[in-house]
Write a protein that binds this ligand. Structure first.
Ligand SMILES: Nc1ncnc2c1ncn2[C@@H]1O[C@H](COP(=O)(O)OP(=O)(O)OP(=O)(O)O)[C@@H](O)[C@H]1O
Length: 800
């Protein structure tokens, strides 16, 4: 399975379709059951157009975007065709996975030559060859001579022959003068005193801007001041303007506040968000910094490129952001464009600017394919370019108006290859970090050394002077009533799971198993999350219910089969699935092959009709309602840490909004002042909520939905973090802790993870630790593997 352009796709198997026929291919989604690699079918439709029964969509999309001059962004030369289909896949560098993949990709034993080995000069049609072949005659098994050079090597040679300059790319990078860290001057007018490593960071930013790269990736660990260093860059020479900052919605106001606070009003900031956005270029050009979100940028780009429906028909609207000339563009949390074929990535790439920056706290080495999207944005040559293997034609975007031949050189699509894909991605996918894979891995490291700066908190601990962070797991046991309820659910779940195991269909029923695990996690929080879930809410109430967690959807997004989920729920569902040759990921609702753009803008909730029924209003809280072990454990912890002399502020994270509703209700009754951050809030509402928490001395607890506030929040006023429901991907939890453990924090930070010992949670924590140890033991930390649930992991969770 491939996640490409945010869509979950399967790798396409090569078929013996003629290229002419391929141009007329129609794509249809088919259900999981009928779809396996061997049954990739070409259907003859009445108009003699061939129908490829597959879930493929990327190139199709590219072609239909602009029917007059279709732009093909990714194609591969003949021998590399199969690999090109898999271009954006998570890098899985663990040995076992690599071997498995290599095994899977081994073609079946056959006497026919492999497609990749087709001789270019052999023009005889295949059908003729087949006809001529005697039917049942035994062909003496002649051992094929190993080819002198591999198709990959042959292609490399062709590339070098036609583009000799490419030979020097890596030697030049290797021999480039090494950047020597140096401290820049503190910019005049910046009121915050930069720490030594931040001055070094500023020096690096300035030197990158004056280098041939015109930018790069600032990848300091979270909370080390990437925002401040970028503001220092803006202040270093304020005449170099305007700058555009694209950030997640949750971080938008934070940027505005930090700029206002630390520049004494020297930079004029415009927030390009909400209903009153200007469409006047001259007015915008008056500002030094324009702040916007990925969703807004994507939307204005879409309206400009594809138009939108009005009664009078489709209307296209000019995007003011795409008609301005910026000095620099800064992408905060740049992994938002990791799907290079998503509209968001396209919208960002179409901005006109001289300097380009990506800020990201998550290391980029783990998913090499995703890095390509950043490289494309950064416009780093020749990495983002495509090259013809037959002539000297090279371009960032290929145009194939007739869908077959390059407009420029007339060679066919398949004879063009992408530099990054060829020299950096392909061999790692094939061999991991061994042999040719290691060479590609080194190529990546060399490039990163030239364009990326990453420092970690541990490396710069002296500069940062951060207080210690203490993480503990609080373990509690269910009370009798909860235990009975949990047991009855668990025995039901276990029975189902065992029957899947007996029938050998565990992975085919992954959607089922995933939602059963979710139910068990919810019961461990509070049984009402399962017993009183949204049953009667309908679309007419304006509430969108996530079909995985059965709660009001946070940042709802929709699959191609029109089912709606919280962005985080469906992301976790996808990331945790371990795809095998026989099992493809299906929609948890309708069970057809799942196809969903994870980076699509959140669906808008109809606020006029919105009648949210909080779980609290569905319960009889006056009389018979009981709290839960976990909620009471939280209340106890909060009471314990209360002090008569000062307010100790705490953040409480949960994945389930209904849990936060219950906790809010209970804490209020216990005399705690709380505020709550939810995904449905506008940036201004979020900002007001955060300010209220930070500035109001009586407000002790901030309830944060993990789906809304995991990233880009700055909550140093708090010194305690409570994580209510554990998950096996520890990075979500690390991020939560980083909201509090960052510069500006002077008190030791206490992080408490709650765990109900006699529930699935203790298994989840154990599994998490096992995985973390395993991953840290290997040289390459593979984030993807940590969130994946293998059949063995499932077995472990169900304690079999
Ligand atoms: N030199 C400094 N002196 C005082 N406070 C600082 C300094 N540098 C950063 N900070 C503060 O530290 C906090 C974290 O900084 P910032 O938000 O820039 O980090 P970040 O790397 O962008 O984090 P994230 O990746 O989580 O978005 C902010 O509140 C910021 O004001």
């Amino acid at each position: 399975m491939v996640e490409e352009g945010g869509f979950i796709r399967r790798p396409r198997t090569r078929t013996r379709t003629s290229r002419a026929a391929r141009a007329k291919v129609n794509y249809v989604e088919i259900s999981d059951s009928s779809d396996d690699e061997a049954t990739l079918k070409m259907e003859q439709t009445p108009d003699r157009t061939l129908k490829l029964t597959d879930i493929e969509s990327d190139n199709d999309e590219d072609y239909v975007e602009d029917s007059t001059t279709p732009v093909v962004k990714e194609e591969e030369s003949d021998e590399e065709y199969q690999d090109a289909r898999n271009e954006i896949v998570e890098l899985d560098l663990s040995d076992t996975e690599v071997k498995k993949e290599a095994k899977q990709s081994t073609p079946p034993q056959t006497t026919e030559p492999k497609e990749g080995e087709d001789d270019d000069d052999d023009d005889e049609p295949l059908a003729k060859k087949r006809k001529a072949a005697p039917r049942k005659r035994k062909v003496p098994t002649k051992k094929r001579k190993p080819p002198k050079i591999t198709p990959y090597q042959r292609n490399t040679q062709r590339l070098f022959d036609n583009h000799p300059e490419l030979k020097d790319v890596f030697p030049d990078l290797q021999n480039a003068p090494k950047y020597v860290p140096e401290r820049a001057e503190q910019p005049a007018g910046l009121s915050i005193k930069l720490l030594p490593f931040q001055l070094e960071g500023l020096h690096w930013l300035l030197s990158q801007e004056s280098s041939k790269y015109n930018g790069g990736v600032l990848a300091d660990e979270m909370g080390m001041g990437k925002t401040i260093q970028t503001i220092a860059l803006l202040m270093n020479d304020p005449t170099k303007r305007p700058s555009l900052v694209v950030a997640p919605t949750v971080a938008l106001m934070q940027w505005k506040n930090e700029i206002d606070q630390h520049t004494n009003g020297k930079l004029k900031v415009y927030i390009f968000h909400g209903g009153n956005k200007t469409n006047n270029v001259a007015k915008l050009a008056d500002y030094d910094v324009i702040l916007t979100t990925y969703a807004v940028l994507e939307s204005v780009f879409r309206k400009q490129t594809y138009g939108f429906k009005r009664k009078t028909g489709m209307i296209k609207e000019k995007s003011v952001l795409h008609n301005m000339d910026f000095y620099r563009v800064i992408l905060d949390e740049a992994h938002n464009i990791k799907d290079r074929q998503s509209n968001t990535a396209r919208a960002v790439n179409m901005i006109k600017t001289q300097k380009r920056w990506c800020l990201s706290g998550t290391p980029l080495q783990n998913r090499i394919g995703e890095m390509y999207s950043l490289i494309r944005f950064l416009n780093i040559e020749p990495f983002s370019k495509y090259f013809c293997t037959k002539c000297d034609c090279a371009s960032k975007e290929w145009k194939f108006t007739d869908r077959m031949h390059c407009d420029h050189c007339n060679h066919v699509v398949m004879q063009h290859t992408n530099f990054f894909n060829h020299f950096m991605l392909k061999n790692i996918q094939k061999y991991g970090v061994e042999g040719p894979g290691l060479e590609s891995f080194n190529n990546i490291q060399i490039l990163l050394k030239n364009i990326m700066l990453r420092r970690t908190k541990v490396e710069r601990a002296d500069d940062l002077g951060l207080p210690p962070r203490i993480v503990t797991v609080r373990r509690d046991y269910f009370n009798e009533e909860e235990k009975d309820l949990y047991r009855s659910l668990y025995s039901d779940v276990k029975r189902k799971y065992n029957s899947f195991v007996e029938e050998g269909v565990v992975l085919n029923n992954y959607a089922n198993i995933f939602s059963l695990i979710t139910r068990m996690r919810q019961i461990a929080d509070h049984p009402d999350l399962v017993l009183k879930r949204y049953r009667n809410q309908t679309a007419e109430d304006g509430v969108i219910v996530c079909q995985l967690c059965d709660d009001e959807a946070e940042e709802p997004i929709e699959s191609r089969c029109h089912h709606k989920f919280c962005r985080l729920c469906i992301k976790e569902y996808i990331e945790s699935f371990m795809e095998t040759k026989d099992n493809r990921l299906t929609c948890p609702v309708c069970h057809i092959g799942l196809s969903i753009d994870l980076s699509q803008p959140a669906l808008e909730v109809n606020m006029d009709a919105f009648k949210k029924q909080s779980i609290v209003s569905r319960l009889n809280l006056g009389g018979s309602w009981r709290s839960s072990t976990k909620i009471e454990a939280l209340v106890e912890e909060l009471y314990k840490s209360r002090s008569k002399v000062k307010t100790i502020k705490s953040i409480v994270f949960s994945q389930f909004t209904s849990m936060l509703d219950l906790v809010e209700w209970r804490l209020k009754r216990a005399g705690f002042q709380t505020v709550k951050l939810q995904g449905s809030m506008s940036p201004t509402q979020r900002d007001e909520t955060i300010k209220y928490f930070m500035n109001n001395i009586r407000c002790e607890v901030f309830l944060v939905s993990l789906k809304a506030g995991g990233v880009a929040l700055n909550l140093c006023e708090a010194s305690q973090v409570f994580i209510l429901d554990p998950w096996w991907n520890p990075s979500v939890e690390w991020q939560s802790g980083d909201r509090v453990h960052r510069i500006g924090q002077y008190r030791p930070v206490k992080i408490t993870r709650f765990c109900i010992e006699d529930s699935i949670e203790s298994r989840i924590i154990e599994l998490q630790e096992k995985k973390a140890n395993m991953i840290h033991a290997t040289i390459n930390q593979d984030e993807a593997a940590i969130s994946r649930l293998t059949p063995a992991d499932l077995q472990f969770l169900f304690n079999n």
